[in-house]
Write a protein that binds this ligand. Structure first.
Ligand code: ADP
Ligand code: ZN
Length: 230
């Protein structure tokens, strides 16, 4: 059983890297942001509680977030483990998490703020299935439409200059101290998030002592032929 946390500034590719790891290692991918967005989209009570906070780029209250994480992990559908993305985001959440679960590693995707804006502004989300697109890395085969479900590609409500500034500020003020807590416990591997998706994934796996991805992804720059070893 493997339990990982993935951390990184907005647009650093946490969701993408978490998904690649989860699919291959049979981990459950838990994205707190995705859970909230799903609830907003489906007009649930929780969605109504978090909608305005999220749109402004502010952090949702700790009690609410901890409740969501607790409930999600209590499903115990994660026989092979989980990778959690978007949590913990401040010291209190980190303490709650460490009290409740032991973890095997923290993946820290590092990227300068100057790159954040470029990536976040190019991000689109499928209104149908929630799939993430980045127009810098790949364009969908029909402009503005999801390759998977044909849904409309929209901009996330919190991907505006104003909300992004708030999120970045929170990241540096509140989330960096979480990294320090994890570093003291020697959980953290820091990986450069600037290269392409497959290169970042390869680096993560090397650093965690995991075997490389069996098949190369679709859009890596000439992904290097035969995967050496296993
Ligand atoms: P990003 O990392 O790009 O800011 P996420 O998709 O992880 O985006 O989260 C989107 C929003 O959901 C956050 O801006 C915040 O409002 C809320 N949120 C997600 N995780 C947490 C958390 N652990 N604590 C408080 N709010 C959270
Ligand atoms: Zn879709």
């Amino acid at each position: 059983m493997r339990k990982y946390v993935i951390m990184g500034v907005q647009g650093s590719g946490k969701g993408t890297q978490a998904m690649l790891l989860a699919a291959d290692l049979d981990l459950v991918h838990i994205s707190v942001g995705d859970i909230f967005r799903w609830n907003v989209q489906h007009h649930t009570k929780l969605g109504a509680q978090v909608r305005r906070t999220m749109a402004g780029g502010e952090l949702v209250g700790d009690d609410l977030v901890e409740g969501v994480v607790k409930t999600r992990l209590a499903d115990h559908d994660w026989n092979f483990g989980f990778i959690i993305d978007g949590f913990p985001r401040n010291e209190r959440q980190a303490e709650f998490f460490l009290e409740s679960y032991d973890i095997d590693g923290v993946i820290h995707l590092e990227m300068p703020d100057s790159e954040v804006r470029r990536r976040v502004m190019a991000r689109r989300l499928c209104a149908g299935c929630g799939m993430d697109y980045n127009l810098l890395a790949s364009t969908p085969s029909t402009a503005g439409r999801c390759d998977v479900c044909g849904g409309e590609l929209v901009t996330r409500e919190d991907d505006t200059e104003e909300a992004l500034a708030v999120r970045l500020r929170d990241y540096h003020q509140k989330t960096n101290p979480v990294l320090d807590i994890f570093r003291r416990k020697e959980y953290v591997v820091t990986v450069d998030a600037r290269p392409g998706r497959d290169i970042v994934q390869k680096e993560i796996r090397e650093r965690l002592g995991l075997p490389p991805l069996p098949a190369a992804g679709q859009d890596g720059p000439a992904a290097g032929g035969a995967a050496a070893g296993r």
